[in-house]
Design a protein around this ligand. Sequence first.
Ligand code: OSB
Ligand code: MG
Length: 371
Amino acid sequence: MGIKVDRLILRHIRMPLVHFFETSFGRTHERDIILVEAIAGEISGWGEVTAGENPFYNEEWTGSVWPLLIDYVAPRVLQHEFASPADVSARTSHIRGHKMAQGGVEAAIWDLQARLANEPLYKAIGGGAHLEIPCGVSIGIQDSVEQLLEKIETEVTAGYQRIKMKIGPGWDVDVVRRVRERFPSIKLMADANSAYTLADLEHLKKLDEFYLMMIEQPLAHDDIIDHAKLQRALETPICLDECIRTPHHAEQAIEMGACRIINIKLGRMGGFTPSKRLHDICRAANIPVWCGGMLESGIGRAHNIALSTLPNFVLPGDVSASKRYWKRDIISPAVEVSAGGTITVPQGPGFGYEIDADYLDSLVVRREMLR
Ligand code: OSB
Ligand code: MG
């Protein structure tokens, strides 16, 4: 059964975060998110564009996504007969970059296809190896070390299986030391979001002492070669995030020894099809993967859950409960995490949660219907 999208509705929504989130590139208090509703006849599929409010994680931001979707992605996708959603990504991949914009539409069409077939999204994408997803949390840079220790305590008590802390110059070795003193046996990792260069090599080596599971993306967002040099000097495994924007980047990083782990983000890769290809490359090379997050609403979160059911997602990801981010989520029920730190994969059609249409409507900043 092929698939044809006859309408796309774009919505820009604004959602306040329960707590600000700080990375080495800045602080976020509220999210501006672009949602994609892909419609065939009476049935809708939903996707989320995971770009941030500013072009600091990658080149995309809420403001770039809107015209990119209207001028370049929608015209290539609307009214086109796809044999399968697996063909959507190839239809837009001539667009340089802007993978998150492309990926939001691609994911909406996978959800649409799953709903048309009345099956769960995870089955449609060929997943299902895990139906309980192991969860970790990502904790931003705090105003004080005490605050960070308190947050970690809360999350460990809630059952989360691993803690990721954001680091950057001035908030690294000494802070990690304090965390390790207080929590000697938790699974701990650090994410630098490209805050360092090879000039910091001796400083970064000091992190080896804290037996971290991995250090995520310490060096430049586009520099696989320097990561290979750093990995040779470190005992701690490097995990690449920003550097891996195509499956081929992973082949190059693995060949060069630039990392031992890869974080897969659905949006960064441009959707399920390239994410699956990346997953398969890593699996064949014995590189474990985990699912990253971009402070998603429930819609992006639900897609991440489906993705995480693929077999090589063997490490706890950054997919955590809705309530850590939102007072109220736009899906129902909210994403919940068990006392053992897992999410049970929902079995309903599509991504398996309902859209809370009234609440969603109340958050809309702008809306556009495309035919
Ligand atoms: O690098 O993983 C990252 C959030 C915004 C931008 C980049 C990153 C992050 C996170 C948050 O770490 C993960 C989450 O959604 O909880
Ligand atoms: Mg990261």
